[in-house]
Design a protein around this ligand. Structure first.
Ligand code: PMP
Length: 399
């Protein structure tokens, strides 16, 4: 009998499966709004100018590629801390933030999940309902039982904040709560600063463990605005986790550049936490790769490149907002009777369109417009050339 005889075929990843279907579609007007990737107005994946300039500098002074330290490039970890917490912030100055370079935001989440399972194996994990698909899988794979707190209310077309808060207030001590720092994926609905204060108070009083997933800093309102929640958590005096991703904000998806930061009580605790995070890394992939993190470090620490990055990131953010507004306008012009103005209130890359699974299937099969079955569409993949087709198609399935 073969070792693999009883191995079952795993289900296809819902988003990547959609990509395969899209690639096989022969419809010349097809539009892929499934995967969470930002494309420019020509439908192209951008290669940021700040990245090209940093790479040019790197090529002009080529370096040999030795192994990196287990926790990555020290200057990178420092730059991440500066961006996420502020270089002059109290926790950074007190050396009580343990930061490690990670393989994208996913890598940061995974290192954090493995570490948490080491220190608190019996804890439950709470994720938002709905959430990025990989949250559940990733924390389950790390050995946790994963449940969800209410988040999206279709009836309210927004956040079921009372439901969320009630669930947090009922959670047993030590429960790990995964929170989207900004630009909630998949709904596009964030909670307000005043609601964050309530969440932070509940998490603190129930002694829960907050894990902030920050995959879209700069895609919502701005770098500082999107990161403001971090300062609120620091001010509340709790220990917490933050995963960072530069996949979208630097358009460096394939380089796998991210980080995990753990805010600890003091420097001594941060040192001990860091030593354990390094074991998680060492026993998984030993140490991270050099290229992407060197690019990001160069950009973040060179004032001129940093300014260019902020400008380019703002350009992406503004274009997404313009697409949201155009979508609302053009859906109306295409004959959609429903009030679709909620699309411009949502934030980040995605829009929960409110379309049903059947309508999403029709959009794909009849019009070549690909979003997820949950009705999620990536607004960051719309452009001046494909938006009319998308609006006409949505109008037809809604009529
Ligand atoms: N968290 C969320 C909420 C995301 O949407 C994503 C990317 N889709 C990630 C984490 C993972 O980011 P990365 O590609 O950098 O691993």
């Amino acid at each position: 009998m073969s070792l693999f005889q009883s191995v079952e075929m795993a289900p296809r990843d819902p988003i990547l499966g959609l990509n395969e279907q899209f690639n096989a579609d022969t419809n010349p007007q097809k539009v892929n709004l499934g995967v969470g990737v930002y494309y420019d107005d020509n439908g192209k994946l951008p290669l940021l100018e700040c990245v090209q300039k940093a790479e040019k500098q790197m090529m002009e002074a080529p370096k040999a590629r030795g192994y990196l330290p287990i926790d990555g490039i020290a200057a990178y970890d420092q730059a991440v801390r500066g961006l996420v917490f502020g270089a002059d912030s109290e926790p950074v100055k007190s050396n009580r933030v343990a930061t490690v370079q990670a393989l994208g935001g996913t890598g940061g989440l995974k290192i954090g999940a493995d570490f948490l399972h080491l220190v608190s194996p019996k804890s439950k994990v709470l994720i938002s309902d709905p959430s990025w698909e990989n949250h559940r899988a990733l924390f389950s794979q790390a050995g946790f039982t994963v449940e969800a707190y209410p988040y999206y209310s279709a009836a309210k077309r927004g956040v079921d904040f009372d439901g969320m808060l009630t669930a947090l207030n009922l959670a047993p001590e030590g429960t790990i709560v995964v929170l989207h720092a900004c630009c909630h994926n998949p709904t596009g609905y964030d909670i307000t600063p005043a609601q964050w204060d309530q969440v932070i108070a509940a998490v603190k009083s129930r002694k829960l463990v907050p894990f902030l997933d920050m995959a879209y800093q700069g895609f919502g309102q701005g770098i500082a605005e999107d990161g403001a929640v971090i300062g609120k958590f620091v001010a509340s005096g709790q220990d917490f986790f933050v995963s960072t991703s530069f996949s979208k904000s630097f358009s460096l998806y394939g380089e796998r550049v991210g980080a995990l930061s753990v805010v600890c009580k003091d420097k001594d605790e941060a040192g001990r936490v860091l030593s354990q995070l390094k074991i998680m890394i060492r026993t998984n992939y030993s140490n991270p790769p050099t290229h992407g993190a060197t690019v990001v470090t160069t950009v973040l620490t060179t004032p001129e490149l940093r300014a260019l990055w902020e400008k380019e990131l703002a350009g992406m953010r503004v274009r997404i907002k313009q697409m949201r507004e155009a979508l609302v306008r053009k859906l109306k012009a295409a004959g959609v009777k429903e009030d679709m103005s909620f699309i411009s209130q949502q934030i980040g890359m995605f829009s929960y369109s409110g379309l049903t699974k059947d309508q999403m299937v029709r959009l794909r099969s009849e019009f070549g417009v690909y979003g997820t079955d949950t009705g999620r569409m990536c607004v960051a993949a719309l452009n001046s050339k494909n938006i009319d087709h998308v609006c006409a198609s949505v109008a037809k399935v809604l009529s």
